[in-house]
Design a protein around this ligand. Structure first.
Ligand code: DQA
Length: 143
């Protein structure tokens, strides 16, 4: 059976392309989604790609991933640095989690150096722009 991977994006990531392009690049979230879906095909994976500006909706989607998904890739945006609720939801998941950020958090302001997600994720990819999502998908490649 094809493994299903849920890719979640948090607040303001819907603005990619126009939002601080010097930090986040010129690719839109739709561009990244398209590339992930194309790569998923070659990896024999199925991708469900979503974005929300609402913490509660992200919590519900993480809970949903408990059924039928083989992995979760998450860029929680600013909630990365603030949300115990997202961390608790992730802790209740039994599937591998990969944390992704477009920018290199550690080159930026100090408040971005702490993530509530990293310690509950299998791994972290940051600083590679949209390519980071594809690197994360590779980790789920069908064996
Ligand atoms: C981000 C980094 C966060 O600090 C920031 O709040 C974002 C985007 C990234 O992808 O680099 O919204 O998650």
């Amino acid at each position: 059976m094809t493994q299903k991977i849920l890719i979640l994006n948090g607040p303001n990531l819907n603005l990619l392309g126009t939002r601080e392009p010097e930090i986040y690049g010129k690719e839109t979230l739709a561009d990244i989604e398209k590339q992930c879906k194309a790569l998923a095909k070659t990896l024999k994976l199925e991708v469900d790609f979503r974005q929300s500006n609402h913490e509660g909706e992200l919590v519900e989607w993480i809970q949903e991933a408990r059924k039928g998904f083989g992995g979760l890739i998450i860029n929680a945006g600013a909630y990365t640095h603030t949300s115990v609720a997202l961390r608790d939801a992730l802790l209740a998941l039994q599937i591998p989690i990969v944390e992704v950020h477009l920018s290199n958090l550690f080159k930026r302001e100090e408040f971005r150096h702490h993530s509530y997600i990293s310690a509950v994720a299998k791994g972290l990819i940051c600083g590679f722009g949209g390519q980071g999502y594809k690197l994360a998908l590779e980790t789920f490649k069908a064996k």
